[in-house]
Design a protein around this ligand. Sequence first.
Ligand SMILES: *Cc1c(COP(=O)(O)O)cnc(C)c1O
Length: 370
Amino acid sequence: MMPFLDLRSVNLQYEEELTKAFAEVLRSGWFVLGEKVIEFEELFAQYCGVKHCIGVANGLDALFMIFEAYKELGVMKVGHEVIVPANTFIASILAISKAGLSPVLVEARRSDYLIDVSKIEKSITSRTIAIMPVHLFGQVCDMDSIKALAKKYSLKVVEDCAQAHGAYYRGNRSGNLSDAAGFSFYPGKNLGALGDGGAITTNDDALARILNAYRNYGSKVKYQHQFKGINSRLDELQAAFLTVKLKHLDNETEKRRAIVKVYLQSLNVPDINLPSAHTESGHVWHLFVIRTMHRDSLQKFLIENGVMTVIHYPKPPHLQQAFSNFGYHVGDFPITEELANTSLSLPLWPCMSQQQVQEVCDLIKRFFSK
Ligand SMILES: *Cc1c(COP(=O)(O)O)cnc(C)c1O
């Protein structure tokens, strides 16, 4: 069976370096918030082109803590509204609601799955405090338009970069396109740890100072607690692994692009809608998502022929039981719902072979020629 993502082979490319990193941490005897975390934070800040990087436990906490830190700064208050795409992984929205803010969902664009910027302005109210673009599947949102709106209405912009490590927009990397950004290093992400991990990037000194303490019980000096913080720290071990993998990230992104090039050239058939990639954005192809009216039967056919695929995401957040209190209904976001019913993510990982990509393409073409 061809997996959807062969994480084993992705990480085994670096077996020697990762084993060495493990041994260093084991022998150091220091496992939380030490030299390895500081080293990774510096490297990742440099990579993104920002002043500060704060390593945390996961991507959800990264985004949640940005809102908590803005509350500590007095910039945001419980009840403020944050604009977020309806078409996203639930964590984007949970980060807002967990902080006591109100998510206001905005419809997606069919062609690139991203927030429809033309629909943001009419969702802005006197309570709106921020816009949270999600660079879904590896492509940066239309940041010029988002920033123009933020400026016009004095809003903060918080990027969800969980799927967009290294993606750029008009020369700037994701994580450096807004007031603050949250990253996830969940194993399957483009920069993945060997367990959970996350980070916040920002150029805001005051925000960074709060976050550095907030992730560690709100304490900078041991047993002195300035904020009601949480425990959300990046492990030394994960930081050491991430430092190894960060060195290879750009090379892996190029491999993803080469695979996608084959997909885009080979799958130009009438029954398939291919994802569009914008010229100003350096797409990093976290996922390769096609759309077709025959999604379910195609997925079944591919499984029968030994190829695994995944649906991102089969049920949009506004229709999840967890958010039933928001009062959304079927039909509220028709394009997001259509995407949930027609999208299919094809196998994609950096060391996927040309032969494997070709096999997936051949099967799909065989399915549609029937
Ligand atoms: C993975 C992901 C998150 C959350 O990251 P975790 O590390 O799993 O908490 C947030 N937003 C998006 C868009 C994601 O894909």
